[in-house]
Structures are given as C-alpha cells and as structure tokens.
Design a protein around this ligand. Structure first.
Ligand code: ATP
Length: 232
C-alpha cells in the first residue's frame, strides 16, 4: 500500500488559477520523497489537499490507505506535520509547546525523548521560544510533528530560512526518522538541499508534476530544473 496516492487531483481557484493540475503521484511506504518546485508551483496546495485542509476541485487522494475526504480523522492521528513558517508563542518555552501538543493529541510520549530525537538541549527547551533561532524553532516544530509516532511525516519547506549548518542538522533528523521506517514527504525549492536524503523526487511547475524519479535519473535532466528556475 502506498503512503500517498493521488489520482487526477486538481485544485482551481476561480476561473484562472489552477494551483494543482491533474496530479497523479505515488509515494511508497518508507520512502523519503522530495517534492520540488519553484514558488507558486503548487506544493503547499498539494500538501493542504493531502491533509484535507482544502477540498479538491476534482480527483482524489489516499493517505496511508484512507481516502482523504472520506476519512480525514483516521489519517490525522497517523501523520506528523511541520507547516511552513510554523508559529511559536513567545511566552511559552519549547518544552511547554511540546507538552501542549502531547496533551492535545492524548499521547503519552516523553517530551525529553522527543527533544533528544531532534537535538534540542534541555536547557534550550526550558527557554521561551521567543528567543529561538530559526534552526531551534525548526527542531521544536519537528519534535511537535513527531508526537504520537506518526507513520508519515509531511514537512512543508522545512529548510526555508536555515543556514547551511541548520540544513545539515535537518537532513540528519530526516534521515534518522526514515531509518525508523517513517515515510517522509517534504517540499523544497532547492534541489541541492534534498539530494542527500531523498530516495525519489517529484518536480512541480505551474501546478503540474513535470518529472518524478531518482536523483540520478533527474540529474540527466538538469536542463529541466534550470528551465523552471529551480535552485540547483
Ligand atoms: P510557495 O513555495 O510560494 O508556497 P507553492 O509551490 O507552495 O509555493 P502554492 O502556495 O500551492 O505554491 O500556490 C500555487 C498557486 O495557487 C499560486 O499561483 C498561488 O497564488 C495560488 N493559490 C494558492 N492558494 C490560493 C488561494 N487560497 N486563492 C487563490 N489562489 C491561490
């Protein structure tokens, strides 16, 4: 059973905008899949469709074997999401953020273990999130996404705003989670930052999936990446 499967998935806004256009996409269980494309390509809309945050104009999607529109609740508890530009609350500590998610999900996860999994030191977790660097905020967001031990992690532009060191740390966290058997689906507009961790990638442009495959196959097609202003 694929972790994600979409069939002719389409989202239109008004008459003129086709944010996602006839998308047929399969992500296998246990894969690390990089979802690439320049700004406005339709990556976030696709993620929102997979999470049932927006409704498709046409087509359908299954996630972890469940139809997204018919059984959204069955899916929600099995997915961990790191949204783009996740909001943190200045007055709460990192640990308090995490505890809030644990309580909210009715999980019995140990916050300390989750913080360790993402490399956030206890002393840092005890500080208010208002003073967090982008890298620390991403780690905390990642820990929050891991609550409940999801089968599928969906990360929307997780590397945006990270410096090279932060990106390397992010790659390490992604690889560690993949090694536990978790399927990872993450979007990016920078090809170079995903290549070390992805089993396969898909490239979106103008709402359409224009290529899928391994990075080796894709490398032969770098003209394509250049032609749609993907950062290589
Ligand atoms: P980014 O990296 O900038 O987030 P993206 O690849 O995630 O880009 P989307 O945010 O999915 O792209 O947007 C795809 C297209 O759909 C864009 O042209 C965008 O302007 C349009 N769009 C997205 N959401 C809406 C909306 N709610 N109403 C109208 N148009 C929208």
């Amino acid at each position: 059973m694929p972790a994600i499967e979409t069939t002719a998935l389409t989202k239109r806004y008004g008459e003129n905008v086709i944010a996602v256009d006839d998308l047929d996409l399969t992500v296998e269980e246990g894969e690390v899949f990089g979802f690439l494309g320049p700004n406005g390509a339709g990556k976030s809309t696709t993620i929102n469709l997979l999470l049932d945050f927006v409704r498709p104009t046409e087509g359908s999607a299954t996630v972890l074997g469940y139809d997204v529109q018919r059984e959204p609740k069955a899916i929600r508890s099995r997915i961990g999401v790191l949204p783009e530009g996740a909001t943190l609350y200045d007055r709460l500590t990192g640990r308090e953020h995490l505890e809030w998610v644990i309580d909210n999900k009715g999980s019995d996860d140990d916050p300390a273990a989750l913080l360790e999994r993402v490399g956030l030191e206890p002393a840092a977790a005890a500080r208010s999130a208002g003073g967090y660097s982008k890298g620390m905020a991403q780690r905390l967001g990642f820990a929050m996404a891991l609550v409940g031990d999801p089968d599928l992690l969906i990360l929307d532009e997780p590397s945006s705003g990270l410096d090279p060191k932060g990106m390397q740390e992010l790659r390490e966290i992604i690889t560690a989670e993949a090694d536990r058997g978790t399927t990872v689906f993450f979007s990016s507009h920078i090809l170079g930052e995903v290549e070390a961790v992805c089993d396969r990638v898909g490239i979106m442009n103008d709402g359409r999936l224009v290529a899928t495959g391994t990075l080796d196959a894709l490398r032969e097609n770098l003209d394509l990446a250049a032609s749609i202003s993907l950062t290589v």
